[in-house]
Design a binder for this molecule. Sequence first.
Ligand SMILES: [Zn+2]
Length: 1112
Amino acid sequence: MGFSFLTEKTRKEITAKGSSGMEVILASLESTRDLQTILNILCILNELVSVGGGRRVGVLVSKGGTAILLQLLITTSKEWPPSEELMLQLHTILAKVGPKDRKFGIKARINGALNITVSLLKQNLQNHKLLLPCLQVLRVYSANSVNAVSLGKNGVVELLFKIIGPYSKKNTSILKVTLDTLAALLKSKANARRAVDRTYVPTLLAVYQDWHRNDTRHRHVHIRKAILGCIRNITNIKLGRKAFLEADGMRILYSTSTECLSVRTLDPLINTSSLIMRKCFPKNRLPVPTIRSVFHYQLPHIPAEGPVAQLYRQPPDVDDVVDESDDNDDTEADTENDTENEEDEKNHKTQNDDIETDISKLRPKENLTRPLEDLKMYECFFPELSENFQGYSFDSSKSCQTPAVLPKSLAPIVVPTAHAPSPLSLAQGELTDLPLDLDSICISKDGPGGAGGAGEGLAQELERVALEEDTLNGQSQSPVVGSLQGELEHDDDCSSHSSGELGVLEVPDTAALLPLHDPELYIDMVKGTKSVPQYTEVAYPDYFGHVAPTFREHILERVYGVQRAKIFQDIERMIHPNDILDKVVYDLDLKRSPVIDDGESLKFNSQFESGNLRKAVQVRKFEYDLILNSDINSNHYHQWFYFEVSGMRVGSSYRFNIINCEKVNSQFNYGMQVLMYSVQEAISGHPRWVRTGTEICYYKNHFSRSSIAAGGQKGKSYYTMTFTVTFQYRDDVCYFAYHYPYTYSTLKMHLQKLEALRTPQIYLRQDVLCETLGGNSCPLLTITAMPQSSSNDQICQFKNRPYVFLTARVHPGETNASWVMKGTLEFLMSPSPMAQSLRESYVFKIVPMLNPDGVINGNHRCSLSGEDLNRQWQRPSPDLHPTIFHTKGLLQYLSSIQRVPLVYCDYHGHSRKKNVFMYGCSIKETLWQTNVNAAACDLQEDLSYRTLPKILSQLAPAFSMASCSFVVEKSKESTARVVVWREIGVQKSYTMESTLCGCDQGKYKGLQIGTRELEEMGAQFCIALLRLKRLSSPLEFRNSSHFLDVENDLIESRCKVTSSTTYVLDEDEPSFMEEVDYSAESNDEPEPDPDPQETPADEDGLSDSELALRRS
Ligand SMILES: [Zn+2]
């Protein structure tokens, strides 16, 4: 083409909008039969599209150019031998048109163009001039999955391997296109199988090594990456992974990657290599005998349907840890399309099918499910509605006088239930048949005398203190605080933390620091707490208490390459198996935990209230794999952890890996740290949990997850949460937790201490709502202001205060909810005028812990029934879900006497989002999301459900209005929020979610959340209620209308949709810094059938229906 037919001006005219130039050229191309004319026109076209980028090609495509060019290819190739110049011109232009035409692949196949290009290739393997455009066109053909299968059948894979050669500086563009085409073809499982059969896997690995060795100046990273692309696609099939392992692929990719680590521009190679290695890493079995909880609790009866029934239906000898089906090549081949992380969430976002579209399910449900006479039993929880306060002295100068109506705190008022047998008789074992017997729970472990030297070491001191207290209290025995025995190596000079006086422990003065904490009282409370494992130990942090640190704890910045480094360390386990210790140091599945006392290993313990750690395996000298225990009567749900570590060496970095995490993503990838409590710190005056850990990340690992626990999905893996800690003190006892622990015994202690805050102005009642399955009491609080006198007016005002109903901690792992609740309770009991004004405005009914059993036993989500209690509100069972049944009963009772609460709020914690926010319920906002019920938008709805969150967003620094959602999801129809809204008729019915991580807006932006902020949130919630009250009072309304620009708000929200599961996730979570290596696989979309049928779904790579398939 040495000579140009067109000036640039002409080119522009031809392709300009509205110009018919292109049509004219195409028309002449179609009509002419003269070879020279055709060549001339093709030259013009090639020139036209070679400048100006994609737009001109777009014009060519839009004018039907593809079909005309492909037709030309067919007709001219029938003349034998085809003109080389013509074929060159045609393929050059098709190579440009192809990528711009979505239907190119299918058009070419229908026209029969595939074979023409292939045979042209076969005859011109040495003709590089023609080879290149032909390969480029072939690459476009191969992008279509049906074409790929058909090209493979015609020997194209083998053909391409003839072109791939050793390192050479020549013809690199040809090699690159060849590799890209090959990679596209290898996405087909049939082609991948073919490649394995022809032993191409070792070939590719050898080629990769060759390029790695010779491309020392990294000029051809794209070629090296393309080779890896081929390997990656072959290893999507099981045979491919096998061939890869047999060809020593792990070691090859591991060593080449290690050599690339220092050069940042080689990251794509390392990332792809790591992806392949992780995929090929043989799936390991989780080292536990069963994935069911270690602890067993016999339920009074098992509901016919649901997860527990499923669990119990399994034959006892079934191995639920691994799937047998995993070994089945055929089924496996089609199920291996993991979607994860962003992808999962993105799919969710587009699919959006969780939104309730059935308007009848959004409308109030009027009929009470329980008869009125049945609800009468709740009357006793509302004495404030009938009390007349006659004979009560209202002289506030008298010291705190408890009104006669108030029962003794925590007196066990057990609500009789219809069919429930006495909870005590339900418990298994002999000990629990009796009322808790102190002697029986106070079995200490080996006892101080049983080990080591006398009286040395922190643990010894602590134990002695426990005993001392016993003497003081005149008790024979008491639960053992901590568990360390005297086996720690000890150096007398190191006891600086005990002021040199051996045996005298400086217990932190938590009473001064923490008015609501009392270690002795805590021990007393523990004695009344019934756990399934019958714990006899108390964790130091719960005993000493936690004083929030004054320093700021920033959200951890993720260091580049951390995840990759961790994954490489994991891969080394396979490459250097001899370096792996594999030493079990803690195991609840064994009757007796292994005694490790060689000074080489850490010691673990989790056998205390809220503790969760099932097993610890020392992998390397300073690295441990940890396994969490499933919720009781369940085979999954674990995320919460709380355990003790001792026997550490100072200054060494320990890596901990929790290897059976379930969620696809975690805030641990976005700056959240674990919490650590050091007993040495505590006794030196800083009893506190601090955020700790470096090199934290969360990623998919090589432990396979049984489909039994993965909702039937096969081929799933667990995730690893890894963190690294360097211990500061020798002879320390440290605790790690997912979030600030808050045990049931802590709650009981706080509730007792609240009594002390009572003033004559405060009406405080503590009742026991019911007993839990595990035989623990579920406290119910009533807080309001005492009437100022027994005058009719005052009593009338007292009795007519609207109710505010609050609940928390239905999910045991969400300890932050308890800290928020603590803030609320303390505010409500405070002497401040604002608190008094609030008490005068409302009656607060509070169930601060809806799931005591789950909390006590270290569950993450469920109660002893193995079910998520926040999915039982529609039909709670009095036997299996007593706390929900009776809390709902209280609300139903209020509804039956026309005293529906003004506000209901259930406190939760959120593991994947930042800030504090609310979910509410709105028919309109729900229907707006769906477009199905456009007509329903005419319905009238009171917009005041937005007021409280709006006020909170102005008051509370951690609160974010942008994260709130008022959409009702189908999956949430049996949650407290939705049921209280629909069935009880509370318009302002909310879930308040507090982050486990931190804030990305407001005053606390960039900081991790602590107990101080959580408690503040609880107090701000109260202040918001006061403001809500003032807004609804007409006198003040005029001045404060700025609070309530509700309509404007609503209009904004129509544009910016926010919903719990569907929309906000990606806003909240920034994309990964190391995007590539996070996803184990991104290219394994389903293949068409081996014998592909021509269906529209198969067109052009990934169709919508295929995407839908991947989603499902
Ligand atoms: Zn929750």
